[in-house]
Design a protein around this ligand. Structure first.
Ligand SMILES: [Cu+2]
Length: 133
């Protein structure tokens, strides 16, 4: 489902801090790459997964997500703020990189998932942890 080569490729675009054992279920925790004040995250959307799906942003502020849908079919990215308000709900066309600019101004846990039937339940979900500066 997630061949190593794809993982390795994605690692090129993100600064990865793998904290083995800190998060359950073999999840990977990744820190956003900072470009000035902007945090940039490259995320792969595949068949029933987002990778990485545990992401740390070290301070509140603007975040750009670049989501590469490699699954071969249309996916979705829905993001909720720490109070469960929907911040984003966007379709991810197959074979395309969708760029999303967000303002994550509040520290806390932002949940994201794909809203296609059963996809989140089967693992297509994750969290962005926005840390207090
Ligand atoms: Cu999906």
């Amino acid at each position: 489902m997630r061949p190593l080569s794809k993982r390795a490729l994605s690692v090129v675009f993100v600064m990865v801090a793998v904290l083995a054992g800190c998060v359950g279920g073999g999840n990977v925790q990744t820190a956003a790459v900072r470009s000035g004040n902007l945090s940039v995250l490259s995320i792969e959307a595949g068949r029933l997964y987002f990778w990485p799906n545990e992401i740390r942003v070290n301070k509140p502020g603007p975040v750009r997500l670049e989501i590469n849908n490699v699954s071969g079919s249309r996916q979705n990215f829905t993001l909720q703020d720490p109070e469960w308000n929907t911040l984003e709900n966007i379709e991810l066309p197959a074979g395309k990189i969708t760029s999303i600019d967000l303002k994550l101004n509040q520290p806390g846990i932002y949940q994201f998932y794909c809203n296609k039937a059963l996809h989140s339940l089967l693992g297509m979900n994750g969290q962005i942890y926005v840390e207090q500066q």
